[in-house]
Design a protein around this ligand. Structure first.
Ligand code: GTP
Ligand code: ZN
Length: 345
C-alpha cells in the first residue's frame, strides 16, 4: 500500500536529524532523503511515515518553496538561521555592551533577505548603561521627515514618518516587561519572529516569558534527539499561542555575523539610511567612498540644513536632539563594511 506524503513544519534540527511538527500537532524525528537536501527550521516539508515495523522516524521527501531564508556566511561555511519568518528581532541589552558592527551586519542580512527587522533593548532597570545604549541607538531610532523622504529618489525603501528601525525598551525579567513591552508584544502577534542577539542579552528570558513551557519543550526535543543536554546550537521554533498564529524562534549565538553572501555593489540598498541618498551622485557608479559630487557623503555633513525638520520629527524618540541626515557612525559602518566586502570579492 502506498503511504501518503504529509505536510509538516521543521521546528528544530541537529545535524541530519530534524524534528517535524505534523499536521495533527505531533513532533517526530525525520531524516532528509538524499544527501543534498538541507532542511532549515521554518521549512514546510513533505514527509513520509516509515513502513510498518521500520521504527517511527520519518523521512523528509521534499522541501516546499521558501518565502525567505535568513543566513550568515563566512569564509568557511554558510549557516542558516531559519526560513519563512516574518521578522527578525535583534535583541541587545544594557549589558553586555553591544557591538554596533554586529548589529549593523545582522540588519544588512535581514534587509537583503527581505525580512523586516526590529531592535529590542533589554535591561531597562540598569539605568546608566541602559541610557548609554539607548543613546548609541539614536541613529536607528531616528524618524525621517516625510518631506525629505518624498524628495529622495529611493524613498520607497523606508516607510514615511517611521524610525529607521523600530526600537523597543524592554525589561524581560520584570513583571511589567519594560516601557515598550506592550508595543513589542503587539508587533509579535500573528507573526513568526526570529530572536537574534549576543549571549546574555535575555533571549531565553524572553522566550520563557512568551512560552512558559519552552524549557520543557526543549528538554523533550533534546531527549528525542538523544543529545542528552541542550545547548542552543540550532534554531528552535516555539508556538506562543494555542491557535499557532504567533511563533518565536530562539537562535544560537555567533561570534561574527558573516556577510560573504552580500555583494558590495548592493550594500547601499541594504542600509536604507545610506541607500536613500544614493541616487543623485555625480557618477552613476559612485561607491560613496571617495568620489566628488557624492550625495551620500554630503548627507553625512548636512545636519545644519535639515536640522529643524529633523528635530521636529525626532522630538519623541531623540529627545529633541538634531541628528544628521546620515549618522556619522552609520557612514563609518558603511565604509568598513564596504572595505570588507570589496576585499572579499
Ligand atoms: N537586569 C536585568 N537582567 C536581565 C533582564 N532580562 C534578563 N536578565 C538577565 O540576563 C542574564 C542573561 O539572560 P538570558 O535570557 O539567559 O540571556 P540569553 O540571551 O538567552 O543568553 P545565552 O543563553 O547566553 O545566549 C540572566 O541572568 C537574566 O536573568 C532584565 O530585564 N534586567
Ligand atoms: Zn555617492
Amino acid at each position: 500500500m502506498a503511504v501518503a506524503l504529509q505536510e509538516g513544519l521543521v521546528v528544530t534540527g541537529h545535524g541530519r536529524h530534524y524534528v517535524v511538527e505534523t499536521e495533527d500537532g505531533q513532533r517526530r524525528i525525520c531524516h532528509p532523503r538524499g544527501k543534498k537536501s538541507q532542511a532549515v527550521v521554518g521549512d514546510r516539508v513533505h514527509w513520509l511515515a516509515p513502513a510498518t515495523g521500520q521504527g517511527d522516524e520519518g523521512s523528509i521527501e521534499a522541501i516546499l518553496p521558501r518565502s525567505n531564508l535568513f543566513y550568515r556566511q563566512d569564509d568557511i561555511r554558510t549557516k542558516a538561521f531559519a526560513a519563512n519568518i516574518d521578522q527578525v528581532l535583534v535583541l541587545l541589552g544594557a549589558e553586555p555592551v553591544f557591538s554596533e558592527w554586529q548589529l549593523a551586519k545582522a540588519l544588512v542580512a535581514a534587509q537583503a533577505a527581505g525580512i523586516p527587522a526590529l531592535i529590542g533593548l533589554n535591561k531597562q532597570d540598569l539605568t546608566e548603561p541602559f541610557a548609554l545604549a539607548w543613546q548609541r541607538l539614536a541613529a536607528y531610532r531616528q524618524v525621517w521627515p516625510t518631506a525629505h523622504l518624498e524628495s529622495a529618489g529611493s524613498a520607497a525603501a523606508l516607510p514615511t514618518g517611521r524610525a529607521l528601525y523600530p526600537v523597543f525598551r524592554v525589561q524581560f525579567d520584570a513583571e511589567h516587561g519594560g516601557e515598550d513591552w506592550p508595543a513589542l508584544l503587539h508587533r509579535l502577534q500573528g507573526k513568526a519572529t526570529l530572536v537574534l542577539g549576543p549571549s546574555g542579552v535575555g533571549k531565553s528570558t524572553l522566550i520563557n516569558r512568551l512560552v512558559p513551557a519552552a524549557d520543557a519543550q526543549t528538554a523533550e526535543i533534546s531527549r528525542a534527539l538523544n543529545s542528552g543536554r541542550h545547548t542552543t546550537t540550532t534554531t528552535t521554533w516555539y508556538w506562543v499561542d494555542r491557535a499557532e498564529q504567533t511563533a518565536v524562534l530562539d537562535s544560537p549565538g555567533f561570534q561574527e555575523f558573516g556577510l560573504n553572501h552580500i555583494e558590495w555593489q548592493q550594500l547601499p540598498q541594504w542600509m536604507p539610511d545610506i541607500g536613500r541618498h544614493a541616487t543623485g551622485c555625480k557618477f552613476y557608479n559612485c561607491t560613496h567612498i571617495h568620489e566628488p559630487g557624492c550625495i551620500v557623503r554630503d548627507a553625512v555633513d548636512r545636519e545644519e540644513v535639515e536640522a529643524t525638520r529633523v528635530e521636529e520629527a525626532n522630538k519623541e524618540t531623540a529627545g529633541g536632539m538634531a541628528l544628521p541626515l546620515i549618522a556619522p557612525s552609520r557612514y563609518a559602518l558603511y565604509q568598513a563594511l564596504f572595505a570588507e566586502l570589496r576585499d572579499k570579492s
